[in-house]
Design a binder for this molecule. Structure first.
Ligand SMILES: [Zn+2]
Length: 430
């Protein structure tokens, strides 16, 4: 039967390509506090209807008690942003959940070179387009896997749940958490975020920190007070110190089974810096303030409080910086939701068997050796691992330029993924 499933997927891959093109070409940009996800959900809902799935379409705000819970990220507007869940099967065997976010980051198409508009484009073995890799490609692959089982009329005795969720980008996570709160839990969940075909059994914790450094205005070589603090120089020192902190965190990796095999598991993104004004008509002076934004990661067991404590205690090794933290010249604030990390418990037989089956389907269905690794970036993994009893992994395609112009996904990966997902549905639900 598995040969038949793989053959069906090869023979019908145009369906996959077409549907990805359709969904990539519509605007589902997340622009907090609002978003445009329903443009994509209309398409997904039509597909779900054609497949005869039971459909649940709901706003994260209408889930009982969710809006009042501690885990709900406040300040979002969910007008025209519905979660969409499609369900197949009889619930007499295991339940498998596929999760994908439909929202994308904003982009400036004038900077794209492969496609100048929102239209997706297949060039060689790559599909270019906003959200192709992150993560409409993975989402459509999971739907294609279910379609394959249904079209081949293989009875689904268990349950397959496909979640097309809103608001993952910008540290949202309310979409996936709302699904959990609504009762969508199962034996196993696969988040189809791009992992370059690695099976990620763990997810780092992450946060965006915004730093505001204030100093002394004026020239630092004339006047009575020439000893002022230049926030730009202090910012430069802080950046170097935080780079040291990143190295320190990487030096702890041997304590963590999946992380110790990764060359540099903790990778900070120093993304923004702003101080003063540049231009021939701008006066030369010490900038009043320096603003810095950094995306930081840590290990899955590091929670929000520990995350801040660890960084501050590390910075105590730098008295030249730490004194300015103490006197309030350097202020750290949370730029977004703290994204919790999470783990799949590999001491449990069920989970070990699951990973064995994922690896086995990689080999049998797609002739690929899938490696076990960790997800080095925030995803909705934690919604499952920390807020439900669903065992979860991240497994998705490879590609490039995510969150940048000329984003693309590898078509071969999506075809192979569809085969692997379908193989898992067959093993656990049929
Ligand atoms: Zn993503």
């Amino acid at each position: 039967m598995k040969e038949k499933i793989a053959r069906y997927i090869d023979e019908n891959k145009n369906w996959l390509i077409e549907k990805i093109a359709d969904i990539v070409s519509v605007n589902t940009v997340n622009s907090p506090p609002t978003g445009n996800e329903n443009n994509g959900q209309e398409i997904i809902e039509k597909i779900f209807k054609n497949l005869g799935l039971e459909i649940d379409r709901f706003s994260p705000d209408e889930v009982n008690d969710f809006k009042d819970s501690k885990v709900y990220l406040k300040g979002r507007d969910y007008t025209n942003r519905d979660n969409l869940v499609g369900i197949a099967g009889e619930d007499k065997k295991r339940t498998l959940i596929f999760n994908g976010h439909i929202d994308t980051v904003p982009t400036d198409f004038s900077k794209w070179t492969k496609t100048e508009t929102s239209k997706a484009k297949l060039i060689g073995n790559k599909i270019y387009g906003l959200g192709a890799c992150d993560m409409k490609g993975g989402l459509i692959s999971s739907i294609f896997a279910l379609k394959t089982i249904l079209d081949l009329e293989i009875p689904i005795k268990g349950k397959v749940i496909i979640e097309s969720v809103v608001d993952e980008e910008f540290g949202g996570a309310n979409g996936s958490l709302a699904c959990v709160k609504r009762g969508y839990t199962g034996d196993f969940a696969i988040v189809a975020e791009p992992t370059v075909m690695k099976i990620c059994v763990s997810n780092v914790s992450s946060r965006v920190i915004e730093v505001k450094i204030t100093g002394t205005k004026g020239l630092n070589y004339a006047g009575t007070d020439v000893k002022g603090v230049n926030p730009m120089l202090l910012g430069a020192k802080l950046i170097v110190a935080l780079k040291d902190y990143e190295n320190f965190l990487n030096s702890l990796k041997d304590k963590y089974e999946v992380y110790k095999k990764i060359d540099k598991p903790i990778r900070f993104l120093f993304s923004d810096i702003k101080a003063g004004e540049i231009g021939p008509d701008k006066i030369l002076t010490t900038p009043e303030e320096c603003l810095i934004r950094i995306y930081m990661m840590s290990y899955p067991d590091v929670n929000k409080d520990k995350f801040a404590d660890m960084m501050l205690s590390f910075l105590k090794n730098y008295p030249d910086i730490y004194k300015y933290i103490k006197n309030g010249s350097i202020i750290f604030s949370e730029g977004r939701r703290f994204i919790e990390g999470g783990n799949l418990d590999l001491t449990l037989d069920n989970n070990k068997e699951f990973i064995g089956k994922v690896v086995g389907n990689g080999k049998k269905m797609a002739n690929r050796e899938l490696k076990i690794s960790a997800m080095l970036g925030g995803t909705d993994f934690f919604a499952f691992s920390n807020y439900s009893n669903t065992s979860v992994i991240v497994l998705g395609p490879g590609g490039g330029n995510c969150h940048a112009p000329d984003e693309y996904v590898n078509l071969k990966d999506l075809i192979d993924l569809s085969k692997i997902y379908a193989g898992l549905i067959y093993d656990y639900c049929c």
